[in-house]
Design a protein around this ligand. Structure first.
Ligand SMILES: *Cc1c(COP(=O)(O)O)cnc(C)c1O
Length: 383
């Protein structure tokens, strides 16, 4: 397989870094690095028809993925996730074109598998010997299993009230788990402070450049499933924001190689009322978000008081003429019942948050009855 990865580029100041050695953030401005590809070489040579004979997994978009040699790929069967026409839920809410992208079917039960499949494959390619991650839960579970299969030791730092499912699955997969008294941002500080002495590579959201490359495949699949025409609206539960940032980046790449046109879905970011820094920044028209104080919510994946990619999330929302909305924990709990009773989908609180957001978004006229609206159910139910 020929490889099109050129280098890494700072998403803020544009500084270029080689991809042949491990990289985290930009040395000059501390912002996330993006993988850049030789897109012009793909314009006439790579066509959607080429996908027809490839297996139904995210690796079908190989030309726009950052792994140089196939032998480094660590795959646990990252299936194309179903895009379900939610007719019963849609009818209840008065939406004729409501769709759910059900990410709960991925390895470890959440879409975090996409990012970690990519990050761990790249870590293997770069011969990285030890990994560390601060996590609210699902990223840790995904990292643990992929790292185990790659034979790379993993060190996990997570809040002590992280769901037992995540704590236990990390231990079962042989990771070294440390529970901390604090939030994911505090866990992130511990990793940052200790990584140099311990020799850990930091796999934090958007401080590691390749998780976002895995997440962008959500956008590739969506485009392919809709016949290379994008929907009107994407409603996405936002924590660190890799999903929105990744899909925004992925759509630009698809346009650059001529597979889609200029149209973008309006990105609607959903956060929990107890931790809504992006919603607050959007309401105030700001391009950066202030750290959220006393963050609390049942949706652990949304309990991210400060995101390093805040400006990238907000840029995607503004440029797509999207919006940001906060939902209460009560509304999330209600939606966790509404989704199984209408569509038979058992969901995590984060996925339910997108369902909870529909009522206020319809009431405020932000989404219209006949528009094509896609919700991301980012993970399955866990006890
Ligand atoms: C991590 C997580 C999120 C937040 O995802 P980002 O793309 O980092 O904003 C949402 N839902 C679930 C289930 C998660 O695990």
């Amino acid at each position: 397989m020929e490889n099109y990865l050129l280098h890494l580029e700072c998403s803020s100041c544009g500084e270029i870094y080689p991809h042949e050695i491990p990289q985290n953030v930009c040395h000059s401005c501390g912002k996330p690095l993006f993988a850049r590809y030789a897109l012009e070489q793909l314009v006439d040579t790579w066509k959607p028809e080429h996908l027809q004979t490839r297996p139904p997994s995210l690796w079908r978009y190989r030309e726009l993925l950052p792994i140089c040699a196939d032998e480094h790929i660590v795959s646990l069967g990252e299936t194309i996730t179903p895009l379900i026409h939610a007719k019963r839920l849609g009818a209840q809410l008065g939406l004729s074109e409501l769709w759910i992208k059900d990410e709960s079917r991925l390895p470890t039960g959440s879409f975090k598998a996409r990012g970690l499949a990519m990050a761990i494959s790249k870590a293997k390619e770069l011969d990285i010997s030890k990994l560390a991650i601060p996590s609210a839960g699902n990223a840790a579970t995904a990292l643990s299993v992929y790292a185990a299969c790659a034979g790379i030791p993993a060190h996990i730092f997570m809040p002590k009230d992280t769901p037992v499912f995540n704590q236990e699955t990390c231990r079962l997969a042989g990771a070294n788990v440390t529970l901390i008294d604090g939030l994911i941002t505090d866990a992130g500080k511990i990793v940052a402070d200790r990584k140099k002495d311990a020799g850990w590579f930091d796999v934090s959201t958007l401080k590691e450049p390749y998780r976002v490359e895995g997440k962008k495949t959500m956008g590739f699949e969506l485009a392919e499933q809709f016949g290379w025409k994008l929907p009107d609206v994407i409603i996405y539960p936002t924590g660190g924001g890799t999903g929105i940032v990744g899909m925004w980046k992925g759509f630009a790449e698809l346009e650059a190689i001529g597979w889609i046109g200029k149209k973008r879905p309006r990105f609607i970011s959903v956060q929990a009322a107890g931790c809504a820094p992006i919603v607050k920044a959007w309401e105030e028209g700001k391009s950066n978000a202030e750290p959220w104080q006393d963050a609390h919510t049942v949706a652990g994946g949304l309990r991210v008081p400060q995101a390093i990619g805040d400006f990238l999330i907000l840029e995607a929302i503004y440029k797509s003429e999207g919006a940001a909305v906060a939902v209460t924990d009560d509304a999330i709990r209600e939606a966790m019942q509404l989704l199984p009773t209408t569509e038979g989908i058992l969901t995590c609180p984060e996925g339910a948050a997108t369902v909870a957001a529909l009522k206020p978004l319809i009431a405020n006229g932000i989404i219209k009855p006949s528009e094509q609206v896609v919700l991301f159910n980012t993970g399955g139910y866990q006890a």
